[in-house]
Write a protein that binds this ligand. Structure first.
Ligand SMILES: Nc1ncnc2c1ncn2[C@@H]1O[C@H](COP(=O)(O)OP(=O)(O)OP(=O)(O)O)[C@@H](O)[C@H]1O
Length: 242
């Protein structure tokens, strides 16, 4: 079966800083894949290169066999939730989704469907500037889901969610995978990803791991957290306890 995402030798340098170095991994269809790493590990940069929003210094990234910019019907096949692809705060939740829907050639009934699906139907008349963090995350998911995409790419969808929101997100992502979709999400919430993802990619500028959660945790006998620190090493600067 063709990989949904194929990343080969991907490298990005910003002047002196190498954000991502020679990273290769694949994402298989129907999997929930957690892209893990510390702050500054290169997760967002990798996703941006995958979506054609940043140009690789070396290497290549393809989605369904094509560079994203050349993928036919890319906006329909790939749903994206990422900072900077954000809504206008002056719009209502429903108004913002209606604009996206029109751009994608979709009707308003699809907007109502995704609002129901993410649990925002009752708040969709409110202005986005008044949305809480959790509501913003749900709104981003609604936007990503509009075109009924096969692949969702979500940058830190769990950030700022309370325990209810995190539990909801976990079930939501699982339901997407049960429908046969593929989900690639970045996170630093290790325990959360351990419960949600099938596969894990760990970055610390270079690739540290790519494989199943079960292999990484030796079928649950080792915590994802201890495997993670073994692979990425100690923090550059530990807090002082003096
Ligand atoms: N446009 C840019 N110009 C210069 N440096 C950048 C740029 N974008 C990212 N970087 C640097 O690249 C490195 C990787 O950043 P990136 O945002 O990809 O990490 P991340 O894993 O997503 O981190 P976080 O979890 O904090 O979001 C960092 O050192 C960052 O400062």
């Amino acid at each position: 079966m063709t990989d949904v995402v194929d990343i080969e030798g991907l490298t990005k340098r910003y002047g002196e800083v190498t954000a991502v170095e020679d990273v290769s991994f694949q994402v298989r269809p129907g999997r929930v894949v957690g892209l893990l790493g510390r702050n500054g590990a290169g997760k967002t940069t990798t996703l941006r290169m995958l979506l054609g929003l940043a140009r690789p210094t070396a290497g290549r990234a393809t989605v369904f066999g094509h560079p994203y910019a050349q993928l036919p019907r890319a906006a329909h096949r790939v749903g994206v939730g990422m900072d900077g692809i954000g809504p206008s705060n002056a719009a209502t939740g429903r108004g913002d989704l209606n604009i996206w829907a029109r751009t994608l050639g979709l009707g308003r009934s699809r907007v109502e469907q995704v609002l129901e699906r993410v649990g925002l139907a009752d708040d969709a008349h409110r202005k986005l500037r008044g949305f809480s963090t959790g509501m913003r995350q749900r709104h981003a998911l609604a936007t990503a889901l509009l075109a009924d995409p096969e692949l969702l790419i979500l940058d830190e969808p769990a950030n700022g969610l309370d325990p209810d929101g995190i539990r909801w997100l976990r079930q939501f992502l699982r339901s997407l995978a049960d429908e046969g979709r593929t989900v690639l999400l970045s996170s630093h919430l290790l325990a959360e990803v351990e419960q949600t993802a099938d596969d894990i990619v760990i970055l610390q500028r270079t690739l540290r791991y790519s494989g199943t959660v079960a292999d990484l945790t030796r079928n649950g006998t080792v915590s994802l957290e201890s495997s993670f620190f073994e692979l990425v090493g100690p923090a550059a600067k530990e807090p002082s306890h003096a």
